[in-house]
Design a protein around this ligand. Structure first.
Ligand code: ZN
Ligand code: ZN
Length: 189
């Protein structure tokens, strides 16, 4: 089996954290890393002990849910709570950070941002990152890296396609199925 890269490993961790999100609008995860060690993680959710958007619905003001603390902020605040330095750290986020989080990331001394998906990338955030010499890089998660049965799935599909062809399924249908299978199981990278 192929060994997972650090980038993919930390990005996978952020995607895992996003699954803990309690806001129904967008599930975001963030992982702060120093010297290849995870020092903090967060997802967007309510304050500890608070009610959840998933139970009570979002609390929308000016088209934003004000109930939740963003994933990046939660990760940074976890460092503040436990006295862990963030200077020179890296952050892995599932989505491009919002304006507020972008400023907090810079102010926390985090030097590199890896994000998986573009999300309303604010030009002013990009400008501030440049000004502060914060490196920003897009790293998309290759889900196949964390799929332990990837090879089995691929050979299962190949075998099934062969049988369908032998059973006389039309070429056009075969292509359609193969395309769907590729989207689901084939490596994107
Ligand atoms: Zn919400
Ligand atoms: Zn944010």
């Amino acid at each position: 089996m192929e060994r997972i890269s650090w980038d993919q490993y930390f990005m996978a961790q952020s995607h895992l954290l996003a699954l803990r999100s309690t806001c129904t609008r967008l599930a975001v995860g963030a992982t702060i890393v120093r010297d290849k060690r995870i020092i903090a993680g967060g997802y967007n959710g309510s304050i500890a002990g608070g009610v959840h958007c998933t139970d009570e619905g979002c609390y929308i003001v000016d088209n934003h849910c004000i109930r939740t603390i963003h994933a990046e902020m939660n990760a940074i605040l976890q460092c503040a709570k436990f006295g862990v330095p963030t200077e020179g750290a890296e952050i892995y986020v599932t989505h491009f950070p919002c304006m507020q989080c972008s400023k907090s990331i810079i102010q926390a001394g985090i030097q590199t941002i890896y994000y998986a998906k573009d999300y309303k990338n604010h030009p002013y955030a990009i400008e501030l990152f440049e000004q502060a010499s914060v490196r920003v890089e897009q790293v998309e998660l290759n889900e196949m890296m964390i799929d332990l049965h990837h090879q089995e799935k691929l050979s299962f599909v190949a075998d099934m396609m062969k049988r369908l062809s032998e059973a006389g399924l039309e070429e056009a249908e075969m292509e359609k199925i193969q395309k769907q299978a590729n989207q689901l199981f084939a490596s994107h990278m």
